[in-house]
Write a protein that binds this ligand. Structure first.
Ligand SMILES: C[S@@+](CC[C@H](N)C(=O)[O-])C[C@H]1O[C@@H](n2cnc3c(N)ncnc32)[C@H](O)[C@@H]1O
Length: 243
């Protein structure tokens, strides 16, 4: 993500997350699995007080380094989102107004403690906006398919058709993926069907309150696969029920 984040974050994740989260100056927002802190930094610049966590101490070191100008606005912690007790320790005197977690649910081996803890730490009616790879389309072993007509053929229409073939949707599954095509490193993802993710949210005391499925703008000269018509990520907003 570096200093200036990446295209995926800028064009897919950030606009949809901002639309659903609508962070406001003076709010106290919890950033779960904050990575190098790019979104915490972004929110803090508009006056948001951020409590951010990641289980990687190395990532938190990078985050503190990259956010050294904003450390009066951001509290960074090393904490494991699979451990309810570790999360709940981050509870401040006053409940959080909102919580956010960008592109991390599919990286977390067990998300049930996280949703329960976030619910516990939010003010009544507080929202949690989270994103991950789209579980309907980026399924384990899915294939990206490019159909390109032969432009030398004068009887066929010129077209580029981008498809995907999905497999293995309904069962939760751990699988290996290349997270960033630029560096080719393999990471583990924990695929969960949408119904399972929503069930965890509902059982933790949330209702579904908003949803975005952004895609990239398609250039006229597109010749390669990209996510123009099929959303690569889903961004969900859930709201704490007032009991
Ligand atoms: C794809 S990165 C996203 C980082 C950041 N939210 C962003 O958008 O740049 C996923 C992050 O989840 C963190 N992570 C994975 N499992 C975790 C866990 N159990 N507890 C806390 N953080 C975790 C990783 O260390 C990594 O920083």
């Amino acid at each position: 993500m570096g200093e200036t984040d990446n295209r995926y974050h800028r064009e897919i994740i950030r606009p949809a997350t901002l639309k659903l989260l609508n962070p406001q100056s003076g709010e106290q927002i919890h950033d779960v699995a904050c990575g190098n802190g790019n979104f915490s930094r972004f929110m803090s610049r508009s006056g948001v007080k951020v409590t951010a966590l990641d289980y990687s101490s190395k990532m938190i070191e990078f985050a503190k380094e990259r956010c050294k100008e904003q450390l009066d606005m951001i509290d960074f912690h090393v904490a494991d989102a699979t451990k309810f007790d570790e999360l709940i320790k981050l509870k401040a005197d006053k409940p959080f107004d909102k919580a956010v977690s960008n592109m991390a649910v599919m990286d977390i081996v067990d998300v049930e403690p996280l949703f329960r803890a976030v619910n516990d730490m939010l003010a009544p009616g507080g929202i949690f906006v989270f994103s991950g790879v789209h579980p309907c389309f980026q399924t384990p072993n899915m294939l990206k398919i490019i159909e390109l007509s032969d432009y030398t053929c004068d009887t066929c229409d010129n077209y580029l058709r981008l498809r995907i073939q999905t497999y293995e949707y309904i069962q939760p599954k751990m699988h290996e993926v290349t997270a960033l095509s630029q560096n080719g490193k393999r990471v583990l993802h924990f695929h969960r069907p949408l119904s399972m993710i929503m069930d965890i949210c509902f059982k933790s005391g949330f209702v579904l309150d908003g949803m975005e499925e952004p895609v990239f703008a398609k250039p006229d000269n597109a010749v390669e696969f990209d996510w123009y018509e099929i959303p690569p990520s889903i961004i969900l907003r859930i709201k704490k029920l007032i009991r």
